[in-house]
Design a protein around this ligand. Sequence first.
Ligand SMILES: O=C(O)CCC(=O)C(=O)O
Ligand SMILES: [Fe+2]
Length: 273
Amino acid sequence: MPFKFHDSMINDYLTRGYLVLRGIVPPALLRDLRVEAEKARELAHEINGRQTQRIQPVSKFADRLNQKPFQDYCELPELKEAIASLLGPNYTHGHVDIMGILVDPLDEPWTCGWHRDGVVEVPPDAYDDEVKAYLADIWHDLRCYNQVNCALYAESCFWYVPGSHLRQFDLPGERQTRQVENFAQQTEKMSNAEKERYYLAHCESFPGAVQVHLGPGDYVVYRNLAWHMGNYIPHQRRATIHDVVKYHGPSPKTGWVDTKKAAVERMNARKAD
Ligand SMILES: O=C(O)CCC(=O)C(=O)O
Ligand SMILES: [Fe+2]
């Protein structure tokens, strides 16, 4: 059945923080994208090692990857219309100079851990009131923080906490594990099956966590200030386009890089005291 946008999807996106546009990539384009994504997957492991989970951006590898299917994806009328219906004019859903391909690691299960994008860019000890105030100004601004996974093969790697994008504060049990947990050390002596179960338990134990199951050609757009994570298994193929929905207009707010830098300096000064 061809994809059809329903107005109720706007409410779903605003309240849950993520929305799956089921089967929005037509089969002919899906086939062409898979051909290039297979090459990208091999290239990712060739360049970044067997355990790597991504290659980015696609345009950097124009000598090895045919850009045409990715450009067609960026121009796809169904996606253009759906994003315009969801967010209004002046947004783009695909960019070859930003988009990556998320791929399965070859040897072992792996996870990136629970995080809120943006927040995770600041060390937990540096996440002080000034950083919070900066983010508070744009936290609910729909022009910012819209991210995308578009699955070329069925996959269930992505986990999300619906509604957590609506609050900047955390609830009991909501704890950043990306960059905080030493997963490699904790799973060092485990078999692959044990690691797989360990990481799955890590996903499931987070309060309110939902596993997002994507079919081939499904496009999930999500507020990435919400709690979310990726969980990767070597025997399940993954080739998923990873991109943002980008707003084209006056920048809602600048100075994030300086804000992060100043926060780390304040943290270091506190530690030196
Ligand atoms: O692999 C995924 O689906 C999520 C990746 C992610 O959360 C990130 O890159 O920040
Ligand atoms: Fe993320």
